[in-house]
Design a protein around this ligand. Sequence first.
Ligand code: DX5
Ligand code: ZN
Length: 222
Amino acid sequence: MIAKQFQDRVVAPSLLAADFSRLREEVTRAIHSGADWLHLDVMDGHFVDNISFGPAVIQAVHETNDVFLDVHLMISRPDHYLPRFVAAGADLITVHVEAEHEVGETLRRIREAGCQAGLALNPATPLEAALPYLGEIDLLLCMTVVPGFGGQAFMSEMLPKIEAAAAERARRGLGFHIEVDGGIDAGTAALCAKAGANVLVAGSSTFRAADMAEAVRAIREA
Ligand code: DX5
Ligand code: ZN
């Protein structure tokens, strides 16, 4: 029987938009606001034009609570650094199809390590690049901004890619989540959910909201 986990709506606040000087309180605030997962954006200054944080910060988050850690690796060599993110406590590790690695091999190693495996597509990358791997993943991430920075505008031209991914999933009887990341708020979440996405990453619209719990609820119910 095929897992139908993709039918559950998941809201994943992105820690990139948190106040880094108060990391423990910010994680607690996200959990108390109803976050299902915590999204952790790792950037190496090479694959994307920004540097964020690495395994040590993820391990610190892991040691303070039990929230599901959704680790998004925007790094050139995810295969090389993979064991460190497993050891840090990641529950799901997403790697980019555009990075420099044997994609199928990296996905296999993520699962062998006991984590769920995600595959990410930049806006410019067509769904076709992910087709060979759809049977090997737990999550497909369709970026809805060019990765690197929070607070960018949602690219509505990504909606057909999400629809095509959902259609291909149905055609092949698969059960992976479809995640969207970038410019997600209650309004754009509704568009993405209608297109077939169920995991909604939101940084600015949650951590920077006047009422984070209300923002998370609005995205979940969008
Ligand atoms: C973008 C990151 C996102 C980012 C989203 O490169 O992958 O996860 O934190 O931020 P918002 O929700 O502010 O667009
Ligand atoms: Zn992300």
